[in-house]
Design a protein around this ligand. Sequence first.
Ligand code: GDP
Ligand code: IMO
Ligand code: MG
Length: 431
Amino acid sequence: MANTILIGSQWGDEGKGKIIDVITTEHQWVVRYQGGNNAGHTVEIGDQKFVLHLLPSGMLREGCSCVIGNGVVIDPAALQKEIEEVEAQGIVTKGRLYVSDRAHMILPYHRLIDAYREGRATDKDKIGTTKRGIGPTYADKASRVGLRMGDMLDAAFPEMLAHRIQENNRILSSLGAPTVDEEECVDQILGLAKALSPYIADTVTLLNQADRRGESILFEGAQGVMLDIDYGTYPFVTSSNATAGGACTGSGIAPHRIERVIGVIKGYTTRVGEGPFPTELHDEAGEGLRKAGNEFGATTGRPRRCGWFDAVVARYAAMINGIDFWALTKLDVLDHQPVIKMCVAYEFEGRRYESVPASIRILEQCQPIYEEMPGWMSPTTEISRLEDMPIEARHYIARLEELTGVRAGIISVGPKRHSTFVIEDVYKPSL
Ligand code: GDP
Ligand code: IMO
Ligand code: MG
């Protein structure tokens, strides 16, 4: 089995959770390597629906071991809550979930700073974060003042934590923002430290040992390429590397141990939060996609902005991540569109853009250049072979492959496990 990175290729919510769940049968390990509980990965199994924020989606496959890697930022309260929730749904976590001792902790003051900044921002500056404290936690990591999960096991942890609370309270009160109750916070985190300590491990060694034994690892990306802090629509991004490179730094597995990269991509585009989105639809077609695709945030419940497929974004994602093949999702959402558009390039001030420009001032003024294709106007959710897909849908897939230079290896036509099929000559479980 091949060590595989699976990433989101647009602005998140491409259906990563669902595809991870389908392909975990081939992997012994699933690793989250960046982001935090800003993510919301939905997996539907039978009539049960799980929305995972921090736990790798592999938790839902018996026999699969899971790691929350060093590149993830962890809110201990959110992790404990999620563990309790899945345990209540019959999922065993002890002995199969390992949390990196190097992962940084999201603490209550990080959430307060995130909420304060978002609340104070003008319409122009607002990022539309999930207010989970992600940005301030990664900022503390880079500033070398963060606390890590392993610190919870240190005898000096209460003093370390108290010191950080005091400093952040000084910052918060100077801003006129609410502060943290020091005693209450220390007590709460110490209680969580006790509950979570059985999960804390040296996951870098653990994963490398597993790799050496020949066990196969699946890296579960969160967010998407266009939300990556380096390659996304900065500053309207998240604060980590959601691209494939993040899998190595966020887990401690060396680049040459990775054998393939799967890009999850929707047959159209969505975005939650602020920032440029060239193919966004503000009309009934956009509303239609939101309704048919049930496009509401899995973490915050916010309506997702919807638009046509953007091949410029997809080509850019393929280039940066070395995507071997697409897992193309939510094609069924287009079942009732009489005409489907696909953006092939952008235009701004008479210039044609084939790749995503770095400047968001240019990107927000770029006009999409569209190709139109007839829709298939028939249901696809029960289809399980490419040959049985309506001819218009096959043309759509073929054109998407041509425009992006990447073949589709997995096709998803519904939220459930069975609404998925593979293209045999592209998708090879073992290399
Ligand atoms: P993630 O963050 O990339 O894991 O995606 P989300 O879970 O946030 O959003 C994807 C949504 O689409 C979830 O509600 C999934 O159950 C659903 N979904 C996934 N694949 C398909 C598909 O092929 N068709 C339809 N209709 N829904 C899908
Ligand atoms: P999954 O893994 C979609 C967006 C937020 C906001 C920006 C920054 O489910 O695809 P943050 O809280 O990270 O500082 O917010 O990033 N965002 C996501 N959008 N899917 C996600 O995760 C997201 N995680 C963060 O809406 O625009
Ligand atoms: Mg999501």
